[in-house]
Ligand binder design. Structure first.
Ligand code: A2H
Length: 247
């Protein structure tokens, strides 16, 4: 782990109408789930967005009136990076858990699938990024393993209220060709290593190290999305100071 802040790109996923019940009082506002990624150049390959069913999220208002859905922790960081009306303050509009927004339809920048859905991932960490994770199963082993779990296990879909059409039509999209692994890196490595599910944590860590190509023409893609208003840059401090009590 390095010192100093980690830079992520926050991908803005627009919530499509009709809004879920939790967002009924946000009618007329632009609502975005925001996903922190290190690989913005892979967004063409998004097949879904991950949220953790039992984790707490908030919908908070930005300076321009738009609404971001993310963890309270990341919203506080945003408030110190000029995202909100008043520096250091967040305006919480709705409090929710991941299950409240499960199966919600979204549209994302550069995504080949015009409509994608929020699906459950049980391994999302509370202390990293925004708690919302974009899923690129072609290039991220975690995403491939979790999507395959949902595709293969009907009871798992049912448990979280996920309909077949939110999962079954969505296959990994070839985007980046890596000589050793072909154009579906994560799929190749998960199959070679015989990874069974998203719970094979040690093997998935090893798989990630094998396919992870940090900084791959990410600069150009990031700039394009930021210029188009489809993504924003967000920094996460190395150590969180959690002593602040007021929002
Ligand atoms: B990456 P680092 Cl294609 N919990 O985005 C678990 N994982 C999280 C998270 C959270 N709260 N927040 C972000 N992430 C994931 C794309 C991607 C990512 C690809 C390949 C590798 C990769 C699509 N998923 O990450 O600890 C996000 O997944 C490899 C590590 O800061 C984010 O980038 O290094 C990455 O982990 C950030 O992890």
């Amino acid at each position: 782990e390095g010192v100093g802040p980690q830079e992520y790109t926050l991908i803005k996923l627009k919530v499509l109408e009709p809004y879920p019940q939790k967002f009924s009082k946000l009618k007329g506002k632009n609502i975005y789930l925001v996903a922190a990624t290190l690989r913005p150049e892979t967004m063409f390959g998004q097949t879904n967005i991950w949220v953790r069913p039992d984790m707490k999220y908030i919908a908070h208002e930005l300076e321009n009136g738009d609404v971001f859905v993310c963890t309270r922790r990341s919203a506080r960081n945003m408030a110190y990076q000029g995202f909100t009306k008043e520096d250091g303050k967040i305006n919480v509009l709705v409090e929710l858990v991941g299950q409240d927004i499960m199966g919600v339809a979204l549209s994302g920048p550069l995504t080949s699938y015009k409509k994608i859905y929020t699906l459950p991932m049980l391994t999302i960490k509370e202390d990293k990024g925004t708690g919302v994770v974009t899923s690129v199963p072609s290039d991220a082993p975690d995403d491939f393993a979790a999507l395959r779990d949902l595709k293969n296990k009907q009871p798992f879909r049912e448990k979280y209220g996920i309909k077949d059409e939110m999962v079954l039509p969505y296959d990994p999209v070839p985007i980046i060709d890596v000589p050793e692994f072909g154009n579906l890196c994560a799929v190749t490595v998960c199959e070679q290593m015989k990874i069974q599910s998203q719970n094979d944590r040690d093997q998935l860590q090893e798989a990630k190290e094998k396919v992870y190509l940090k900084g791959f023409y990410e600069g150009i893609m990031t700039k394009k999305m930021v210029d188009a208003g489809e993504a924003v840059i967000y920094f996460e401090p190395e150590k969180q100071v959690m002593s602040r009590s007021a929002d």
